[in-house]
Design a protein around this ligand. Structure first.
Ligand code: AMP
Length: 182
């Protein structure tokens, strides 16, 4: 599986816009909309991911609401794989499983449909989000996949904010691939 060269990483990184102090002071928000509306950069990323994941024998790709949905569903289309949404609480219409996770102040929870993997035992699932920071969202998603009977064989993030160390916790549970590390 071929990873990107430094120059290719730089090209993708430069297609992502930095917004200081959004949504609150002190946060440097990585705005991926400038990658999504850039035909060349988006195609380059998708081709890379298609080649990277085509031989992984995945059964499902699960995307985390909401930016994870975008990358997960585009990759599903490229690999002809089914998509599973992991959503914020009370958004999914059927019976759900849920998992709480810590925020800076308080807790939040996310959900998955309990039949998300259609009864396939140990379905091989790729978990997808745009970015991993503290890892709270991704760790809760990992637990949800397990609760629903799936096996999270890898977690993919476009961006890894390494200093926040979330990827280290996730790495103890599953394989982690992030295209860009900052
Ligand atoms: P965490 O649970 O701390 O790993 O945060 C990951 C989630 O929050 C992802 O769904 C990201 O989309 C979002 N997020 C956290 N920090 C940023 C950031 N600096 N820029 C853009 N999105 C972020």
């Amino acid at each position: 599986m071929k990873k990107l060269t430094q120059q290719e990483q730089k090209y993708l990184l430069e297609s992502i816009r930095n917004i200081p102090d959004f949504p609150k002071k002190g946060i440097l928000f990585k705005d991926i909309t400038t990658l999504l509306n850039n035909k060349e950069a988006l195609n380059f990323l998708l081709k890379h991911l298609q080649a990277y994941y085509k031989d992984k024998n995945l059964d499902f790709i699960a995307g985390i609401e909401s930016r994870g949905f975008i990358f997960a569903s585009m990759l599903c289309a490229k690999l002809s794989l089914p998509f599973v949404p992991i959503r914020k609480a009370n958004k999914l219409p059927f019976e759900t499983l849920s998992c709480k996770y810590e925020l800076e102040y308080g807790t939040d929870s996310i959900e998955i449909h309990k039949d998300a993997f259609r009864g396939i035992k140990k379905a091989k699932v790729l978990l997808v989000d745009d970015l991993i920071a503290t890892g709270g969202t991704a760790l809760a998603s990992y637990e949800l996949i397990k609760k629903a009977g799936g096996e999270c064989v890898e977690a993919f993030f476009l961006l890894n904010l390494k200093d926040l160390k979330g990827y280290l916790k996730l790495k103890e549970l599953t394989s982690v691939y992030s295209v860009l590390e900052i």
